[in-house]
Ligand binder design. Structure first.
Ligand code: FES
Length: 145
């Protein structure tokens, strides 16, 4: 927020930073942002709940984000998502009961040239095939500490 001179333009970037630091957004964080950017809480809440890449729920130990933006959609990301859903019994926004894996969807991860794209704990996987994606989820689910 300081980087952007506490301007309201910084809202989305600020929410991104909070989410990547803490894994999710909560009401306390939204209040803090609203106060500092001098924006109504309703506006901050509206933005945080409008975009699929923001989550108000604590995430699992591992997070898979599947891009459903236009380029990825055309190149087959719905098949990737469906394979993950079938394999993990998760729908987007959900976390497995053991809190190991969360599934999230995004509207464009900014790497359309590599479509279809997904990220696994923030690591980008381009031109991903459904089998590769479920393989990664399987690794996470079977990994014992
Ligand atoms: S649409 Fe998926 S990265 Fe842009």
């Amino acid at each position: 927020m300081r980087h952007h001179g506490f301007s309201s333009e910084a809202l989305i970037e600020t929410l991104h930073t909070i989410q990547s630091t803490f894994g999710y957004l909560d009401l306390e964080a939204l209040r803090f942002v609203a106060g500092n950017l001098r924006l109504p809480l309703s506006r901050v809440y509206g933005v945080a709940t409008f975009y699929n890449f923001f989550t108000m729920k604590p995430q699992g130990e591992h997070v898979c984000v599947v891009c459903l933006g236009t380029a990825c959609y055309i190149k087959g990301s719905p098949d990737v998502l469906e394979a993950i859903e079938r394999f993990s019994h998760l729908t987007p926004g959900e976390t497995t009961p053991d809190k190991k894996v969360s599934l999230v969807i995004a509207r464009c991860l900014g790497t359309c040239g590599l479509a279809p794209v997904a990220t696994f704990d923030g690591e980008l996987a381009g031109k991903i095939e459904p089998m590769q994606a479920t393989g990664k989820i399987e690794e996470w689910l079977n990994f014992e500490h």
